[in-house]
Design a protein around this ligand. Structure first.
Ligand SMILES: [Zn+2]
Length: 296
């Protein structure tokens, strides 16, 4: 969730002393992946991370396309065809903070411009269920939607149009195709468990709770042996991982204590796995390390 109000001071970030670095991704299948930007902007750095250093935040809202032999997978299908209605019905606060639809492009339009068919998407996964990560779920009719059990449990009681940062109609539109998973696989690189989406190590979900209870990060093994970690909104920026530091605005973080632990874990992970590119969901500069999806 990109916007929020300033909340009380969070508990200190605790960086774990030791991290078991297993590099289990070494034997994983390599897959092509690319980024589908749906909104970009340049903002002052302090808006993205609780830090006074000058600089610019390359703000982005984007989805990731993973081209697996089992079918196309999208991480965080962000803006739906309904983006204008979503914004206008969510109320003036959302519109004031997020702006209107004119700066935003639905995922399916970006895909079609890149020569990709939305009906070809076979899988969709979520770093979490806030509205800016779920808008296009209903625009992907052939996609199985895989959701961490803790996240589905969290959203189940929600009923409002805009409830705890979740637009419940986004999830309802996909509920016939929704499948729950648990992190029953082995612990990896400090993460408490894992779920290997295809069983070949290409895309592995790991728990990263705090921003929401079921927040999930995805390790994806790219071509050339480069591994990426899509870390959702635990931090919005790479700077938040490097310092480490919380986001500037935290009212939509559901559990600040768990979030502090997850930011500390991400920081330790990045130090122990400098070979992995950590990709916070709203860091356009980090995401630009990926090729943009484009027509062949
Ligand atoms: Zn977000």
């Amino acid at each position: 969730m990109v916007f929020a109000l300033v909340a009380c001071a969070p508990p200190p970030i605790v960086v774990p002393d030791a991290l078991v670095v297993e590099r289990t991704q070494r034997s994983a299948r390599e897959v092509e992946l690319c980024v589908l930007f749906q909104e970009t902007d340049e903002r002052p750095s302090w808006q993205g991370v609780a830090d006074t250093a000058p600089g610019t935040w390359s703000y982005a809202i984007a989805s990731i396309a993973v081209k697996h032999p089992a079918g196309l997978l999208i991480i965080d299908p962000a803006f739906g065809r309904s983006i204008a209605d979503d914004l206008h019905h969510a109320g003036p606060v959302v519109m004031t903070v997020m702006g209107d639809e004119r700066t935003k492009t639905p995922l399916v339009n970006v895909m079609e411009a890149a020569g990709m068919k939305p009906t070809d998407v076979r899988y969709a996964v979520l770093t979490h269920s806030h509205w800016d990560h779920t808008g296009a779920l209903g625009d992907l009719p052939s996609a199985r939607v895989l959701v961490a059990r803790g996240e589905l449990t969290w959203v189940s009681p929600f009923t409002g149009f805009f409830d705890h940062g979740v637009m419940t109609h986004h999830l309802k539109r996909a509920k016939e195709n929704m499948f729950v998973f648990d992190f029953k696989g082995p612990a990896i690189d400090g993460f408490a468990g894992s779920f290997d989406v295809f069983g070949d190590g290409a895309v592995v979900a790991v728990p990263l709770p705090g921003h929401t209870p079921g927040s999930t990060a995805f390790l994806v093994r790219g071509k050339g042996g480069v591994t990426y970690l899509f870390s959702g909104d635990t931090t919005w920026t790479s700077r938040g991982v490097v310092l480490p530091a919380h986001k500037t605005l935290r009212a939509f973080d559901s559990d600040l204590e768990a979030l502090s632990s997850s930011i500390g874990l991400l920081h330790a992970f990045q130090k122990n796995r400098p070979d992995v590119k950590v990709m916070p969901a709203h860091d356009g500069a980090a995401l630009s390390a990926l090729p943009q999806c484009a027509a062949p």
